[in-house]
Design a protein. Structure first.
Length: 202
């Protein structure tokens, strides 16, 4: 059962819209000697070449420890550094290290990384961090429109794409999670394309 689990909460005042909140909870083994958390555990949008910083808090569970920090599963094109790669924990105490994330050569989007801590007895703990990379100035996100955008099975739907990279190939189309076969489609010099697909009947 070890791992991250969502804790979801819904609250509603009479006559008001409901409020939904979700936070992750990490289930650990019973013999864990320290825990970690990123504060904040998500970073607001970062422009390419800019940096954002979070604090990695390491908390002792009863005993002192020297914990070495590293990152796993961070996408290529992102530089990172800790203010200190080893934190020294007094028994029952806490210590921290600043983690700086700098996107360099990575497309805009939402990304995650795992921060790993390991002590001198090889006890290991992970915490999760999410961050968003902003598009460069002047970047326009690709978009599609569907016409019509509702109808029964076997409806012919025209897909119009705009702002794609010039010459981009439409490599896959899914409907409800299932692959839909289409003829080869390429974006023109302006990054636009149009094609038609049929709504599946199964």
């Amino acid at each position: 059962m070890w791992g991250w689990y969502p804790v979801e909460l819904e609250a509603q005042a009479q006559g008001q819209f409901p409020v939904f909140i979700m936070k992750d909870f990490q289930v650990t083994s019973a013999d864990v000697t320290f825990t970690m958390r990123a504060d904040p555990d998500w970073l607001p949008p970062i422009a390419p070449g800019d940096s954002a910083t979070t604090t990695i808090w390491v908390n002792s569970i009863g005993v002192g420890a020297n914990v070495s920090l590293s990152i796993e599963h961070i996408p290529p094109g992102v530089d990172w550094s800790f203010s200190q790669t080893t934190v020294i924990l007094p028994p029952g105490g806490s210590a921290s290290s600043a983690l700086t994330i700098t996107p360099t050569k990575i497309p805009p989007g939402w990304y995650g990384a795992e921060i790993k801590g390991i002590d001198t007895d090889n006890n290991t703990f992970f915490t999760h961090l999410e961050f968003e990379v902003m598009p460069p100035a002047g970047f326009v996100f690709p978009e599609i429109t569907l016409n019509p955008n509702s109808g029964p099975a076997n409806t012919k739907v025209t897909v119009v794409g705009t702002n794609f990279p010039p010459g981009a190939n439409v490599t896959n189309l899914w409907f409800g999670g299932d692959t839909v076969s289409i003829a080869p489609v390429n974006a023109d010099a302006d990054g636009d394309f149009t094609f038609v697909f049929t709504v599946p009947d199964n």
